[in-house]
Ligand binder design. Structure first.
Ligand code: PEP
Ligand code: MG
Length: 902
């Protein structure tokens, strides 16, 4: 196996296509060399070597030493210089680079090859003592911290102390002697800390650096970055050993970073920074203020013209915006790196649309360029970047699961009731709860953001907040939340009711204090690109919406109907007439506490007008698009108060004794409510609930139809077990609906179907489809019941389960991204069997996965009719559905691999 790839003097062993093996940087250097751009020579150690290193107890493949030695000799021959030579020494940089760009997450060592012998050599060759010793101190400093792990801060402190001794402010003012002394100090410190001398032997230095780069692949920063960016399946990092070129040899030299287009706006302008007389890390570290490229143009017109040409060549070659690093050494331009540039979400849309219009890429490529996160980040507020990183780190209180992105600032409030009161007097609040329940909906609605100590991505808080696009962090396990004393604490810090806190739903961080937020504006290019997506996709995209408001927002986002209206969410809050919320709550509670069917009917009659009004609003918002309404689903105990004071209040209001309330609440208690008396079982046992809900739906539909609003109601039963159960419900549903329709003397089409949320239902789907006119996969519950993982509690250990350095059992949280292997298999079976029985069976998904890009693609592959996502994820689903078509097309074009010969 070949582990090392050489590049230099116009030739390269590798190509730009070999990113997986050579990493982005290695592949870029090879490709730039091949197309004749000025690139310093060097070689790349492959990611396979890194993979081997970690799989074999941190040992290198045995052929690696030999290959490195040979390639080093080749490099020495090509450059006419030797590593560690006293007269004409070669210096190299040793840089990381994986297949996916992970900026700043891994390590780099520069100026390697310097030692007591070669420093005078460099000084002589450059006729610059100061430069030589500056280079040496940089190397010793980097090597000590990166390879050996000595604290950066202490090394920096020595540098500061030296400057203050010399009475200078800037590094550029330090003399050769100053740097020489600092090298001496560093080496002394090195010996003190490690018990060894700083390595003089360049080969030892090189292997130390190679090892450190490999190690950085598994460093905390890199692992976290991969997790957050969902980067999986890579072998490791490559190591690039490249001849050093110097931007700090004088006023004819410099170094810079540039982008072929503006990475924040996407405009087609050359964008970048240049520092005269400086080395690469000076630009990154922001020690001096760099000059704009226009200024560079004025000072070095020839080099600039050459760079502008490289810009055009590279963008055309890679057909994407490039982020390039370059160095000018005594008037000669060297390209050190090119990679596809990171961009803001706005820029991502702008560039994709512009490049397609310029015919640099196709519309399909433009669609593929956008990631789900680009869309998310386009709509949600984010933390302003004004606050320095260390300040942010100081303010961090806790970390949880990033259930809904965006950011929120407000005063911490520990009960939903108070959240509503505080909000009413104009305060911005963050609702902090151990967990939330439907009783908290009012408080959740008025809060800027929601923070819970328990739960996962499909817990109540997450599902509800997602529907509103409201920042939500769940499962912040380390937070000690005490609703009694109205305080929470973590890491010895206490936040009391009324203290400002800031949530970053992007990464799940909780900060103390009020941090400024910025709200991005969706650019015009967003609309254009989404229209392109709609033309390509085959899947329908609906939304999960429970109120007329949500339905209207979702229409604005391009939803083509409602895939799930959770009727129970309507029981607690009257979004159009908030003053009526209490009346609603009391009606549902009265219904639950009722002892007899008659009492239950009386209470239900009070709920009927509320639900009918909601449905009218929803049908109107969805004018002509289908609306799937799900009948009551959650366990009843969720609707009644558990603390005695509130029970007493309720008893008084509905005219029964507090004991009666307490007894009934007690009766409703279940050891395992998620597997208890819930779902369609509620309507089997209490058919009067079904009667009221179906009546509300059908009467609302008739009302709308009479006014010329087109309606397509779909009545859905949750958590069905089998055909027999569904048949009872279907018969009852049709009986109620048809009677109302007949009485109104109208024609109204409606469908009756079921959710598929239990493995048994999936397995028996063929029979269920004899009754159901449609299936909608409730993959929140289907994941819970298939995997045997509680959607409300699994947040406790799931982060470890998806952390590749810990258990690493799952690639992703299965409540967020479908477990296509297990849950997916049941879905596939259910669709096949269902359609065998009823070929035109309508199939959709309404679990949270309907708004997850990868899951949407899977749903497309299963031949579903539509996916349903919360309003703010509708655009993600539209895009992913288009990408699914494009990927399918690409895969069908790929030549099938010939069967392996034995
Ligand atoms: C589901 O289980 O996937 C679903 C959509 O229903 P709910 O989240 O309301 O249980
Ligand atoms: Mg469910």
């Amino acid at each position: 196996m070949k582990y090392v790839y050489f590049f230099g003097a116009g030739k390269a062993d590798g190509t730009g296509e070999m990113k997986d093996l050579l990493g982005g940087k290695g592949a870029g250097l090879a490709e730039m060399t091949r197309i004749g751009l000025p690139v310093p020579a060097g070689f790349t150690i492959t990611t396979e070597a890194c993979d081997y290193y970690f799989k074999h107890g941190k040992k290198y493949p045995k052929e690696l030493r030999d290959e490195v030695a040979k390639n080093l000799a080749k490099l020495e021959k090509l450059t006419g210089k030797k590593l560690g030579d006293a007269d004409n020494p070669l210096l190299v940089s040793v840089r990381s680079g994986s297949a996916r760009s992970m900026p700043g997450m891994m390590e780099t060592i520069l100026n390697l090859g310097l030692n007591n012998k070669s420093v005078p050599g460099i000084a002589k060759a450059t006729k610059n003592d100061r430069f030589a010793y500056d280079a040496y101190r940089r190397f010793v400093q980097m090597y000590s911290s990166v390879v050996i792990g000595l604290p950066k801060e202490e090394l920096e402190a020595k540098l500061r102390a030296m400057k203050s001794r010399l009475g200078v402010k800037d590094d550029t003012e330090v003399s050769a002697d100053g740097w020489r002394d600092l090298v001496g100090e560093y080496k002394k410190y090195f010996k003190q800390k490690t018990g060894k001398d700083f390595p003089e032997d360049p080969t030892e230095q090189l292997w130390g650096a190679i090892g450190a780069v490999f190690e950085s692949w598994m460093g905390e920063k890199a692992v976290t970055y991969r997790r957050v960016e969902k980067i999986t399946g890579l072998l490791g990092t490559a190591v690039n050993v490249v001849q050093m070129v110097f931007g700090n040899t004088g006023e004819e030299s410099g170094t810079g970073v540039c982008f072929t287009r503006d990475p924040s706006t996407g405009q087609k302008v050359f964008f970048g920074d240049f520092l005269l007389n400086a080395q690469g890390e000076d630009v990154v570290a922001g020690i001096r203020t760099p000059m704009h490229l226009d200024e560079m143009k004025a000072r070095m017109p020839k080099v600039y013209a050459q760079l502008e040409k490289v810009r055009q060549t590279l963008e055309k070659h890679y057909t994407d915006m490039q982020d390039m690093e370059f160095t000018v050494e005594n008037g000669t331009l060297y390209m050190l790196q090119t990679r596809t540039g990171k961009r803001s979400p706005t820029a991502a849309f702008q560039m994709a649309v512009d490049m397609a219009n310029e015919k640099l890429i196709t519309v399909e490529q433009a669609l593929e360029r956008i990631k789900p996160e680009d869309i998310e980040r386009l709509f949600y507020p984010v933390l302003s970047s004004k606050l320095a990183r260390h300040e942010l780190a100081n303010r961090k209180l806790a970390e949880g699961i990033n259930a809904v992105p965006g950011a929120a600032v407000g005063k911490a409030v520990f009960t939903a009731e108070e959240a509503e009161q505080w909000a009413q007097r104009g305060e911005k609040v963050i609702l902090v709860r151990r967990e939330t329940s439907p009783e908290d909906v009012g408080g959740m609605y008025v809060a800027q953001g929601i923070l819970t100590a328990t739960g996962g991505k499909t817990s109540h808080a997450a599902v509800v907040a997602r529907g509103w696009g409201k920042c939500c962090i769940v499962g912040a396990e380390k937070l000690d939340i005490d609703a009694e004393t109205k305080k929470m604490s973590s890491n010895g810090r206490v936040v009391s009711q009324g203290d400002w806190i800031t949530l970053d739903g992007g990464d799940g961080s909780v900060y103390t204090g009020e941090i400024e937020l910025v709200r991005p504006e969706p650019p015009k290019a967003f609309e254009t690109l989404m229209k392109w997506a709609d033309k390509v996709r085959k899947l329908g995209v609906r939304t999960n919406a429970d109120t007329p408001q949500d339905a209207r927002v979702a229409r604005g986002m391009g939803a083509e109907g409602i895939g799930l209206c959770r009727t129970e969410h309507m029981f607690f809050k009257d979004f159009e007439h908030p003053e009526k919320s209490r009346e609603r709550q009391r009606a549902i509670q009265e219904m639950i506490l009722a002892d007899t069917p008659e009492a239950r009917r009386t209470a239900l009659a009070k709920l009927l007008p509320f639900q009918r009004r909601d449905f009218i609003g929803i049908f109107e918002a969805m004018d002509g698009f289908p609306v799937t309404v799900r009948l009551i689903d959650p366990p009843l105990h969720e609707f009644v108060p558990h603390d005695p004071a509130k029970q007493e209040e309720l008893a008084k209001e509905i005219g029964i004794s507090a004991e009666q309330v307490a007894r009934r609440v007690d009766q409703l208690h279940e050891a395992n409510p998620m597997l208890g008396f819930r779902g369609c079982r509620l309507c089997i046992i209490f058919p009067e609930i079904l009667e009221m809900q179906v009546r509300a739906i059908i009467e609302a539909a008739i009302d709308c139809q009479k006014r010329g609003v087109k309606v397509l109601p779909e009545i859905m039963h949750p958590l069905t077990l089998d055909k027999k159960e569904l048949k009872i419900l279907e018969t009852e549903t049709r009986k109620v609906a048809d009677a109302i329709i007949a009485e109104a003397k109208v024609k109204l089409e409606y469908l009756v179907g079921t959710m598929i949320e239990l493995p048994r239902a999936a397995l028996l789907a063929g029979q269920i489809a004899e009754v159901a006119e449609f299936f909608s996969f409730g993959t929140n519950d289907l994941t819970q019941t298939t995997m045997g993982l509680s959607r409300d509690d699994a947040g406790r250990f799931l982060p470890e389960y998806v952390d590749e350095r810990k258990a690493g059992v799952f690639k992703a949280d299965p409540f967020q991204s479908l477990d296509t292997e297990g849950v997916g298999l049941l879905m596939k079976w259910a669709i096949e069997q269902g359609r065998k029985t009823r070929p035109k069976l309508k199939v959709g998904i309404c679990g949270e996965h309907g708004g997850d890009g990868d899951s949407v693609k899977f749903c497309h592959s299963l031949g579903m009719n539509y996916v349903s996502a919360s309003p703010f994820r509708v655009a993600i689903a539209r895009l992913a559905a288009a990408q699914a078509v494009i990927e399918e097309k690409q895969n069908s074009k790929k030549p099938k691999r010939a069967a392996k010969k034995r």
